[in-house]
Write a protein that binds this ligand. Structure first.
Ligand code: G1P
Length: 297
């Protein structure tokens, strides 16, 4: 029996410069995908996977993000008085139990590995999940839940993985794995943002991890990797070299890169089209717009 994964780290310290000027005033994780902020999707996915403790690694200017999960008694009373029960339910979905959220600061933007390492005292000596909120995954069974179930069999460490087009591979952490169609693959090595032409495969790491505390020890040395940053991928690679206990997990679902504008727009359309209350109007608009564009060509 594996130790249950109860803690999750959400690295949310990034400045979100790709979304300037919006992110001048609003943390990127609060940007809205249909009607919920990006961070809510990651939190809900973690909750579905049985996570009980949520650790945010934040930075200056992320106050709105911490406030977002607070209870809102005035708003609640106003909605109750007006009998707006659906909105009241939506509001309550954002509430977290007292003490369930903890925030630690990353004082300098030194990389994803460093961000996760900042949470080491809160993680202690147990397995933990890491969710990168930029990676939004639409799936019947939430991605982290799929991983927790697979991890119950494998133990060790697990990273979500997906095949990406050849011209995009060098933007990711990339896995060296034996060929095969199995969802769970032993990882022989992994490399962060390989130079084009040197990638070991086109199987890329997507932002969901289940890690052993040993990976944090590999970060103690603060060694810099790709882009001069302290990389989580490098720490996991060291764990492969030490104990050969890392698995890639090909999840079922569609991943959207909400760290890019195009990906955010695609996610907005896909999540909008999946909603009963929006599909009709949105479809009609899209058909009309495409028809107009075609006619103009
Ligand atoms: C991070 C990780 C990378 C992973 C990617 C997934 O990169 O370092 O290994 O493949 O997330 O989204 P970033 O997108 O922060 O450059």
């Amino acid at each position: 029996m594996q130790q249950k994964v109860k803690k999750a780290v959400f690295p949310v310290a990034g400045q979100g410069t790709r979304f300037l000027p919006a992110t001048k005033a609003v943390p990127k994780e609060i940007l809205t995908l249909v009607d919920r902020p990006l961070i809510q999707y990651a939190i809900d996915e973690a909750r579905a996977a049985g996570i009980e403790e949520f650790i945010f690694v934040t930075s200056r200017g992320k106050g709105a993000l911490e406030d977002y999960f607070d209870h809102a008694p005035e708003l609640e009373a106003a909605l109750k008085a007006k009998g707006k029960t659906a909105l009241l339910d939506a509001l309550r979905e954002t509430y977290m139990d007292s003490g369930a959220i903890a925030c630690v600061r990353q004082h300098q933007a030194l990389g994803l590995g460093h961000a996760v390492w900042c949470a080491r005292h809160l993680i202690g000596d147990e397995p933990f999940a890491v969710l990168l909120p930029d990676d939004v995954i639409a799936a019947d069974k939430p991605c982290l839940q799929q991983m927790v179930e697979a991890y119950a069999e494998t133990g060790g460490n697990m990273v979500a993985a997906m095949e990406v087009p050849a011209d995009k591979v060098s933007s990711y952490g990339v896995l060296d794995v034996p060929t095969g169609i199995s969802p769970v693959l032993p990882v022989r090595a992994m490399v962060e943002k390989p130079a084009p032409g040197t990638e070991p495969s086109n199987l890329a790491v997507i932002g969901r991890y289940i890690l052993s505390p040993q990976v944090l020890r590999h970060l103690d040395g603060q060694e810099k990797g790709a882009g001069g940053e302290i990389q989580l991928t490098d720490a996991i690679a060291r764990e492969i070299a030490r104990a050969n206990n890392v698995h890639g997990f090909r999840f079922e679902g569609v991943r959207y890169d909400c760290g890019s504008k195009a990906g955010f727009l695609q996610a907005t359309l896909a999540f909008g089209l999946a909603r009963d209350d929006l599909r009709g109007e949105l479809e009609e608009f899209l058909y009309d717009m495409l028809a107009m564009r075609q006619a103009a060509q």
